[in-house]
Design a protein around this ligand. Structure first.
Ligand SMILES: Nc1ncnc2c1ncn2[C@@H]1O[C@H](COP(=O)(O)OP(=O)(O)O)[C@@H](O)[C@H]1O
Ligand SMILES: [Mg+2]
Length: 365
């Protein structure tokens, strides 16, 4: 029996610090000694690089600080490789079938065009990793879009498709096509009325490739359905927490409201709201600097300017907090300040420290 980890799905608009907050939460959890996997559907290259993680389909140890060595792992699949990855994972251990699928022109076209393909592939990779990895926590950083939560229902929908009759039917059609390959009587019989309709719509060559593809997919449908069901359990199960991330910028607030409504349709409530870049007080060093500068006119002016900026940020943060206190009443808020560092990993580590006191809210099992 596979251990089902506590899953925390982070969602929010683009640029609010979702990837950074997810990584910080994962670091904070790993610091408690828990085996934690951070999954980034939309990898931030600079952050991945700084954590010593490659953008690839395999789980890798993340190197963030000595305290989390051996506890923190990352899975950051490359979005542009999702089509071959999908086939590789499903056809693991079946090299001949895999080669045939990869040669099938319909596969490439269909997979590239499929909405949410990368999310599906990422989820399958996660399901596989969870099966193999014995994790306590899974932190999923979703894609930066309002549709980010749609992926929650993909696995179930696909599992139904694969468990259903369509795959079997198309698979048997592939055999018919193969048997009738030469004759003009292809699809002519009354029993094959539906196939002939397809044949008229589609060119027979494409139809043959399509049918072959379904026949091939039918070979792995149990495997696919198992991964899909597992993803579904991971995303909608009792041990799943949704953390929404906002910042006092652009459409971030509207994005969170939208996502919260989507969640409620899935019968979930956000476990917490991270208000990133929502300073509550000016940093300590500013006061120290104020004292030191006192008397120096130019410095005093500079300190006053920075103070003003922090006061503005605090007001924006307060406003955001008040707004969500009304709109998402009862959802705990975790406010994170703006940090001054050019190093993305340093920001992650600092935010992790600030999140530690809030872990019971953010990641309660
Ligand atoms: N609290 C913060 N203070 C300072 N910089 C931050 C903070 N949160 C995020 N950043 C920086 O902002 C940029 C965007 O963050 P990122 O997490 O990639 O956003 P998203 O995933 O929402 O698009 C990154 O360079 C990151 O280091
Ligand atoms: Mg991101």
């Amino acid at each position: 029996m596979t251990k089902v980890p506590v899953t925390i799905v982070c969602a929010g608009g683009g640029g609010v610090g979702k990837t950074t907050s997810s990584a910080a939460l994962a670091v904070a959890l790993a610091r408690t000694g828990a085996r934690t996997l951070i999954v980034t559907v939309d990898p931030a290259r600079r952050l991945a690089h700084a954590m010593g993680v490659e953008i690839t389909e395999v789980v890798q140890p993340a190197h963030v600080e000595p305290a989390v060595e051996g506890k923190l792992f990352a899975l950051m699949p490359e979005p542009r490789r999702s089509t071959p990855t999908f086939a590789r994972v499903l056809f693991e251990g079946r090299p001949d079938d895999l080669a045939r699928v990869m040669r099938n022109p319909v596969y490439a076209t269909m997979a590239d065009a499929a909405a949410g393909m990368h999310e599906i592939v990422s989820l399958i990779l996660v399901a596989k990793a969870v099966e193999e990895g014995d994790y306590d926590y899974l932190v999923i950083d979703t894609a930066p879009s309002r549709n980010a939560l749609d992926f929650v229902s993909y696995p179930g929908r696909l599992a139904v498709l694969f468990e259903g009759r369509a795959v079997t039917w198309l698979g048997s059609m592939a055999r018919n096509v193969a048997e009738d390959d030469r004759g003009p009587g292809l699809f002519a019989s009354v029993e094959k009325r539906v196939e002939s309709m397809f044949a008229r719509i589609l060119n027979p060559r494409v139809l043959k490739d399509l049918a072959q593809l379904f026949a091939d997919l039918a070979l792995v449908k149990d495997r696919f359905a198992r991964f899909a069901r597992m993803s579904e359990r991971m995303l909608l199960g009792e041990r799943t927490r949704y953390v929404l991330v906002a910042a006092p910028t652009g459409s971030a607030q509207a994005d969170v409201s939208f996502l919260a409504r989507k969640l409620s349709k899935l019968n979930h409530r956000p476990a917490a709201l991270v208000l990133n870049r929502s300073d509550q007080a000016e940093p300590g060093w500013l006061g120290t600097l104020g004292h030191a500068a006192s008397g120096e006119e130019a410095l005093d002016a500079a300190v006053a300017q920075v103070r003003l900026e922090y006061a503005t940020r605090k007001r924006a943060g307060d406003k955001l907090a008040a707004l969500f206190a009304r709109e998402l009443a009862g959802v705990p808020q975790v406010r994170m300040p703006t940090l001054e560092s050019p190093d993305p990993v340093e920001i992650v580590r600092a935010l992790a420290t600030l999140m530690e006191p809030h872990l019971s809210v953010l990641a309660r099992p």
